[in-house]
Design a binder for this molecule. Structure first.
Ligand SMILES: Nc1ncnc2c1ncn2[C@@H]1O[C@H](COP(=O)(O)OP(=O)(O)OP(=O)(O)O)[C@@H](O)[C@H]1O
Length: 268
């Protein structure tokens, strides 16, 4: 029978969460609810705790204190190996684990089998069709037979997202997908992520970034982190202000918004 969180549509529910490592508070007192139609951006300076927060949401890490509920299950009381296939994650550290010689198409189609790039004797037609569609959607279909290591940074990022979407996850976590992209690559990615954000049947999404320029139009919520603490959290329109961003990054900032896109610079 579905439990209360599943019925209420809460995909992530964190209550009073601390993560402490070696005496350092990586996260302190985090309360956060992501519902299935939410698209969150998590912003903060280097070392703020963004990746730590995403690792909790990916069931890769347990809190030191507090409660983390994912897809209606409580971390610590659920087999994380059952939970993880329901959560899509992309990050630089995951990308580093992909062998450069693996074929791009194999990397995407093998996601449903929780292996990277291993070519099984047979994938069913449904898997191959879905992988082909996702690769077309993310602009990498033409590289299906190319080794991953020969792709540009932008093509690799888009391949990773197609792979993360392959098992039809209920939650998609994107850790700095715009890092290392040139202007064209960033703009292409932001446009595709904006389309995904607006697609009604897409999973709940959480995107970590350092830069307001990378926030895709259509993202509904924002969480600002500084030194492991939440500076502001809630509807994007309320949270993404010059004042909150100045507090988060520790310098006076001006923020402007045009057609749903943000730019920030130091206040004069
Ligand atoms: N195992 C650990 N033991 C002690 N400190 C740690 C550990 N792992 C991470 N940290 C520290 O916790 C802080 C938060 O790290 P985290 O990677 O979550 O930040 P971040 O906001 O993602 O940073 P960045 O933007 O630079 O990627 C950093 O200061 C980091 O050095």
């Amino acid at each position: 029978m579905p439990n209360a969180d599943a019925l209420a549509g809460a995909v992530v529910r964190m209550t009073g969460v601390d993560v402490v490592r070696g005496g350092n508070h990586l996260l302190s007192g985090v309360d956060w609810v992501v519902e299935e139609d939410h698209r969150w951006v998590v912003l903060g300076p280097n070392g703020a705790g963004k990746t730590t927060l995403l690792q909790l949401a990916a069931a890769q890490l347990h809190p030191t204190r507090g409660e983390v509920r994912l897809l209606g299950e409580t971390l610590g009381a659920v087999d994380v190996f059952e939970l993880r296939p329901r959560i899509g994650l992309t990050s630089a550290s995951l990308a580093q684990r992909i062998a450069p010689s693996e074929k791009t198409g194999d990397i995407v189609v093998s996601a449903g089998y929780a292996v990277v790039g291993r070519w099984r004797e047979r994938y069913d037609v449904h898997d191959l069709t879905r992988a082909g569609l996702l690769m077309a959607q993310w602009g990498v279909a033409q590289y299906a037979h190319r080794p991953f290591g020969t792709l540009s940074e932008g093509e690799r990022k888009r391949t990773q997202i197609a792979r993360a979407l392959m098992p039809d996850p209920e939650l998609l976590l994107l850790d700095e997908p715009g890092a290392g992209l040139d202007l064209g690559g960033r703009e292409d990615l932001v446009a595709r992520l904006s389309d995904l954000a607006r697609y009604h049947y897409a999973p709940a999404q959480v995107l970590v970034t350092h830069h307001v320029e990378e926030i895709p139009p259509g993202y509904t919520h924002a969480l600002l982190l500084r030194e492991g603490e939440v500076v502001a959290s809630g509807a994007a329109d309320d949270v993404l202000t010059a004042g909150h961003l100045s507090d988060t990054f520790g310098l006076p900032l001006e923020l402007s918004r045009t057609d749903g896109r943000f730019t920030a610079r130091r206040a004069r």
